[in-house]
Design a protein around this ligand. Sequence first.
Ligand SMILES: *[C@@H]1O[C@H](CO)[C@@H](O)[C@H](O)[C@H]1NC(C)=O
Ligand SMILES: *[C@@H]1O[C@H](CO)[C@@H](O)[C@H](O)[C@H]1NC(C)=O
Ligand SMILES: [Zn+2]
Length: 386
Amino acid sequence: MKLSSILLLPALLRSGLAYTELSDDTLRTLPRPGPDFDIKNGALLAPILRTRVPGTPGSEAVLDHFIDFFTAELPRWRITFQNSSQVTPVSNGKAVPFKNLIATRDPPWAKNEGDVGRLALVAHYDSKLTPEGFIGATDSAAPCAMLMHAARSIDAALTSKWDAIAAEGVESIDGLDEDAHKGVQILLLDGEEAFHFWTHDDSLYGARSLAEEWEGTMNAAMSTYKTPLHSIDLFVLLDLLGAKQPRIPSYFKTTHWAYKRMASAEHRLRKASLLKSDGKSFFPEAQKGEKDQWLGGYVEDDHVPFMARGVEVLHVIPNPFPSVWHKIEDDGEHLDIPTCEDWAVITTAFAAEWLDLEGHFETKQTKRSIHEDNETWAGEKTELFD
Ligand SMILES: *[C@@H]1O[C@H](CO)[C@@H](O)[C@H](O)[C@H]1NC(C)=O
Ligand SMILES: *[C@@H]1O[C@H](CO)[C@@H](O)[C@H](O)[C@H]1NC(C)=O
Ligand SMILES: [Zn+2]
């Protein structure tokens, strides 16, 4: 038996994981999307701002945009798809294709996928069939772009962290602590929207198919996690983001710890004047207690089929919804770009802290150290300078 007993007590011991906050120096180095979030020609956002109803050329073009992005900029991420075809109330009995894109980055020593616990960052990329021409900028083009930005912003730091662990000599993978077995996954899901009228059968096409398939896909025997579904330590769903002054409730008691982490990241970024949106915190419920009202279950979204199977969920969706919700006005022009950029940075900081990346970003401090003391740093940090 090769697995250490520590690995057999995984996700429940969440609090046992190291959770180092990013220093202010590190927060200052986190990139903002800047021109990449331009709605007309921004490299990340603009290609998503078009109609992308499942099974249409718009949907294919947006999926190609994601594939091109990961292929060109994040070659260390493994891209896979989970496809299905399902009949909808308006497809006249014909099956419509739904394609979920999964981009995964696991520690290099993870020979068995089933031993990696992951942070899943999730948004849906399809757009609603009606009203005709509906873009769904907050729903959820902008959240997809935010996740692309976050993935790109943590990539080099992940490499640096794993190189540093490897440099210490990974004689026995089993001896590594639990943090060394954490990975990250971006899920860009298809078919969230109803075609006709929201019901359990007419909505969440991609998410339902993925959750079901993953629940039935067994990892290797003796894996820490039974299935890819169990490998999700935390499912963070971004939806309806990009309008001014969002107010995100904490929906679920069991993930209030994660809500507080995200609120804290936002608070520290705001205090350091690193956010551009005016106004109040996006997370007004950080102080909430047991006896307060929890809206869990109130908003149906892509998390539902996962949560029904026991996955822990942080739902980052405002209440109330943006005023443009499901209206033709939910387009690029109605986005508040400073808010979109802030979300991208907050998501980056949250992911970086979950993955314990403090010390692995290229800050001004480390740059200077490398310059003055090349020998000490060169061995550990070479990846940053590739
Ligand atoms: C799923 O869809 C993607 C994107 O179109 C395609 O590249 C892939 O081959 C499909 N996978 C299967 C198993 O059909
Ligand atoms: C560090 O020194 C090596 C040679 O020892 C050199 O090749 C490398 O470019 C230097 N790196 C930096 C960042 O100055
Ligand atoms: Zn919607």
